[in-house]
Design a binder for this molecule. Structure first.
Ligand code: FMN
Length: 322
């Protein structure tokens, strides 16, 4: 049993302290543990080349073709980090909140996950088994929830591609300068609890795993996110009155009978057809991407003149001498 913590905060900062506390608890319960601070690695931003998804389409249509992976594979440390993540049954992410969101050091890493889409790699046999990795999320901020509104939800949104299943999350609040969290014993205890929860989840058979975080967390009963919005029609016409911004489950707004707080009441018929936790629902999204691409390729001829016009347009820019 191996548990890793990935920290995107400062070295010896608050996130690292919380990650260490969680790892200590996991270690005491018998886990082999390791800690990666993303500041120690070279992580290039995704170039947006779409080479990975184009290859995925090609390999899906012709299984004799070989998947080469990300074009940046040998240019930085991401391939090694992801290979290491795959050796773990549990991963704890401790990420500082910058401008309400996870810091860019983390988003650089997670936006490279697409080339490593687990269900695709399983499908083509690059990976021989699903490790069913569980995840714990810690957002670390100087403020309270009101200034970390997109932090945990954005972290959660980054879990789907790698099929990481979130079993616990919490928001470390009002910790600013490095070490500030040491004045918050309750938060250190909560990190410890997360370490215990991760081990507990690993030791539970996959189909029996449940949410181990705060039962009153969030508004969505499926992923516990706090972000629900009035739904709009999807590409294929499906529409829900309200949708969870993180997992995509749909339904109506109601009241949680347990605590009287607002709650997304999942439509019993089709409320989970877009549940991003589900490989099938995500495959439908892949279908959307393919349909959009096919539609574009069929009409590509129509845009050639306009494309040339915009390519030749030049505007004053900022020249940087290197
Ligand atoms: C550029 C920047 C933006 C920040 N924005 C927020 C914010 O929106 N909300 C918040 O709660 N804290 C914010 N903070 C504070 C950090 O989240 C806080 O210092 C945290 O403890 C950093 O974690 P670390 O010690 O693990 O590096 C910001 C800090 C920086 C440097």
């Amino acid at each position: 049993m191996k548990v890793m913590a990935i920290c995107a905060g400062r070295r010896n900062g608050n996130g690292e302290i919380l990650a260490k506390e969680a790892l200590c608890a996991a270690q005491e319960l018998g886990a082999e543990v390791e800690l990666l601070n993303l500041f120690d690695y070279n992580i290039l931003p995704c170039t947006g080349c779409e080479d990975c998804t184009m290859q995925m389409g090609e390999v899906a249509m012709d299984p004799t073709k070989k998947y080469r992976g990300c074009i940046l594979k040998d240019k930085d440390d991401v391939d090694r980090i992801i290979a290491e993540m795959r050796t773990c049954e549990g991963i704890i992410f401790a990420v500082p909140t910058y401008d309400l969101m996870p810091s860019s050091l983390y988003t650089r890493l997670c936006q490279r996950f697409l080339a490593y889409e687990l269900s695709f790699l399983l499908e083509i046999g690059v990976i021989d088994h699903n490790p069913h990795t569980v995840a714990g999320l810690i957002s670390v901020g100087g403020s309270m929830h009101d200034w970390q509104t997109l932090a945990l939800e954005s972290l959660q949104a980054s879990m789907f591609t790698m099929s990481l299943s979130v079993v616990d999350r919490f928001m470390s609040q009002r910790v600013g300068r490095p070490g500030n969290v040491l004045l918050h014993q309750d938060q250190l205890d909560r990190a410890r609890k997360m370490g215990e929860n991760i081990v507990k989840a690993i030791q539970t058979p996959v189909e029996e795993r449940t949410w181990l975080g705060d039962p009153n967390d969030g508004v969505c009963p499926v992923c516990y996110s706090s972000l629900v919005y009035p739904g709009d029609a999807h590409w294929d016409g499906i529409e829900f009155p309200y949708e969870c911004a993180v997992c995509g489950c749909g339904g109506t707004l109601g009241t949680n009978p347990e605590n009287g707080r607002p709650m997304l009441i999942i439509d019993p018929e089709n409320g989970r057809v877009r549940d991003r936790n589900n490989d099938k629902a995500r495959a439908e999204h892949l279908n959307e991407i393919i349909q959009t691409r096919i539609g574009f390729l069929q009409r590509q001829g129509e845009i050639q003149d306009a494309l040339k016009k915009y390519r030749s347009m030049k505007f004053p820019t900022l020249e940087i001498k290197r």
